[in-house]
Design a protein around this ligand. Structure first.
Ligand SMILES: Cc1cc2nc3c(=O)[nH]c(=O)nc-3n(C[C@H](O)[C@H](O)[C@H](O)COP(=O)(O)OP(=O)(O)OC[C@H]3O[C@@H](n4cnc5c(N)ncnc54)[C@H](O)[C@@H]3O)c2cc1C
Length: 414
């Protein structure tokens, strides 16, 4: 008898799992359910679309035929509302019930709302779906003044949209710098200068107390906690994700910051797996629970889950050093591993546009940020993977060209 696999979410994690399952088991029944109205597209590229730099076509990854050719049942515009893990069934918003032998949770997250007055006014955008990107592009085309909130990797995408669309914008940040959890002031200054060069003004120790709206309910200004007013009819907010776990309530599936899985992408409930942004997974490299919000990691987790769902065993282990790059400026930017954790850091500025910061935990390199020169990334990723004790050799790791042979023979993970 064929095994029935139900995958909730057609992002890169869900889609990669579906592809893997079909490759590993030609006879399996595979169903992918998504509440979006379109098949898998490249979420990374929607920012280029919103900037006005790309047409729609190259952003799509799978046409509906892709699923048909692989005999994968695809349900679009279908929101899953409930799972009964005893009965091995899920239920959708329209009351349809799907039975499963193996279930994959790949529902990712939804942008968090700012908990302030008028944060749902017209003209205020969040950025996650292709449809969001279409709305942003259309609005940005005829806007002149903008406000951006959220000093992280998605906030800067919205700032870049303003820059590309000639919207003069204020970028309101709560602390004294952009992405303060991963960058020092010295590193962040390179980003601040680049923003200014592109017509976006960073505003520090700010944020939003409330928004003001016009008579039609359209945003016209943000008032920050210091009482300062920033005019703008285009506003982009990116303050993090709320994971889409409502449908798991009462199911017995363990949810902490995300859905808790082991290194095989298995949840605490038999026959239920999770993959992608939504997971809080056991990171075998750092030896603790971790989260990644990155495309490559979600894809790999989907493939790992798919293999284990088919094998019905701990066939494949997720072991991955994540990375995330930003391509909005004249210089490259890459964060890798877990740049915001650790108990020690080392950093150096090499020239006006080149900077490096490394984060260590328990003597191991666990992540970092590279600005301007990415040439050493594979060496750093190798050190992370090998779990080498290198925190006492920071000077060597900060040399422009890192010679791994010169590192004292530090113990390597077995
Ligand atoms: C603008 C933007 C730029 C980005 N840039 C980068 C980058 O440069 N590099 C990088 O590595 N990462 C980047 N990311 C992050 C990356 O896109 C995500 O890490 C990745 O897409 C996560 O994939 P996922 O499959 O886990 O989740 P998602 O892509 O979020 O997919 C989850 C899917 O599940 C659906 N869903 C949710 N709940 C339900 C439900 N109850 N029923 C049915 N369907 C449901 C959702 O609608 C969605 O389609 C970017 C993200 C955005 C938005």
């Amino acid at each position: 008898m064929s095994t029935s696999h139900v995958i909730v979410g057609d992002g890169i994690a869900g889609s990669s799992a579906a592809e893997t399952i079909r490759e590993q088991d030609p006879d399996a029944d595979v169903t992918v359910i998504t509440d979006e109205g379109e098949t898998l597209y490249n979420r990374i590229l929607i920012k280029e679309f919103a900037k006005g730099k790309l047409p729609e076509a190259p952003i799509s990854i799978h046409e509906p035929e892709w699923y048909e050719e692989r005999d994968i049942d695809l349900e679009l515009n279908t929101h899953v509302t409930e799972v009964d893990t005893d009965a091995h069934e899920i239920r959708t918003h329209s009351g349809d019930v799907y039975g499963y032998d193996k279930l994959l949770i790949a529902t990712g997250g939804t942008p968090a709302q700012l908990p302030v007055e008028n944060s749902d006014a017209d003209g205020i955008h969040h950025f996650w779906t292709f449809q969001d990107a279409r709305n942003i592009r259309e609005h940005a085309d005829d806007s002149e003044q903008g406000i951006i909130v959220g000093a992280g990797l998605l906030g800067i995408d919205l700032a870049a949209v303003c820059a590309a669309q000639d919207i003069e914008a204020n970028y309101l940040m709560r602390g004294n710098r952009w992405w303060r959890y991963a960058l020092s002031e010295e590193g962040a200054e390179i980003i601040h200068d680049a923003l200014e060069d592109h017509g976006v003004t960073p505003v520090f120790d700010s944020g939003v107390d409330h928004f003001e709206v016009d008579d039609d309910g359209h945003v016209e200004a943000a008032i920050d906690p210091n009482g300062e007013r920033f005019d703008g009819d285009f506003c982009g907010i990116a303050i993090g994700l709320d994971f889409n776990t409502e449908w798991l309530q009462g199911s017995g599936i363990e949810v902490e910051d995300g859905v808790v899985v082991d290194e095989y992408m298995q949840t605490n409930v038999e026959d239920v797996y999770a993959a992608g942004d939504i997971t809080e997974f056991h990171d075998t490299i750092i030896g603790e629970q971790a989260q990644n919000g990155a495309w490559g990691s979600a894809k790999e987790q989907g493939a790992t889950a798919g293999k284990n769902m088919v094998a019905d065993s701990e066939e494949d282990e997720f072991r991955w050093v994540s990375s995330y790059s930003i391509t909005h400026f004249d210089f490259p930017f890459l964060s890798f591993g877990h740049p915001t954790i650790g108990d020690e850091t080392a950093e150096r500025k090499y020239n006006e546009g080149e900077w490096r910061r490394l984060a260590f935990k328990n003597g191991q390199l666990v992540g970092g940020v590279l600005i301007g020169d990415l040439s050493q990334q594979s060496r750093f990723k190798q050190l992370i993977r090998e779990e080498r004790q290198v925190a006492d050799q920071k000077e060597l790791l900060l040399e422009e060209n890192v010679d791994l042979e010169k590192l004292e023979s530090a113990p390597q993970a077995e």
